[in-house]
Write a protein that binds this ligand. Structure first.
Ligand code: ZN
Length: 169
């Protein structure tokens, strides 16, 4: 297990701190359902900055390969993650609900005890493709149609709900 890392978000920004390191997929318990196996590591970098309106922002960069299930053949699909996101830190629920109305801005509540691994897992889950598939010439499935019933059991359909949920807490 990696040691838990927590930050005080507003303090992190006012001191323009940067954190970088590696996370081990084995430690990502909430990602488990999406993964073909839990072998591998991802690199991350989190920086605290002020935007041009003096709003506190966490810049999150996550890179690496993540093993997913191909929705056509159910085999292993190595997906390249290349996440670069800016998350605005809302100082209260009111501000956060305003942010939620603006689709281009991601926001979370400022937290004096933010668990970095949880934040990274959220960002990864939100960035995963809804229906990952091999390219046709790389897939072992002989044939498929877009109305493949596998899609209906796809765990990724719960993502939209999850996104709302993680914003509230
Ligand atoms: Zn496939």
């Amino acid at each position: 297990m990696s040691a838990q890392i927590v930050i005080d978000t507003l303090d992190f920004v006012s001191n323009t701190r940067t954190l970088h390191g590696k996370i081990i997929l084995k430690d990502c318990m909430r990602l488990k359902d999406y993964l073909y196996d839990n072998q591998g590591k991802l690199k991350y970098k989190i920086s605290g900055v002020l935007d041009k309106n003096d709003k506190s922002i966490l810049q999150v960069i996550i890179n690496g390969e993540i093993p997913l299930h191909c929705q056509r053949c159910l085999g292993k699909l190595t997906y390249l993650l290349n996440i670069q996101r800016e998350i605005l830190l809302a100082e209260n629920e009111n501000e956060l609900s305003h942010l939620d109305e603006i689709e281009t801005i991601d926001g979370i509540l400022a937290d004096s005890n933010l668990d970095i691994l949880e934040l990274i897992e959220d960002e990864i889950i939100l960035s995963l493709p809804i229906s990952p598939r091999h390219r046709e010439n790389e897939c072992s499935a002989q044939e498929f149609t877009d109305s493949n019933p596998i899609g209906e059991k796809n765990p990724f359909v719960a993502l939209a709900k999850l996104k709302k949920h993680t914003k509230i807490i």
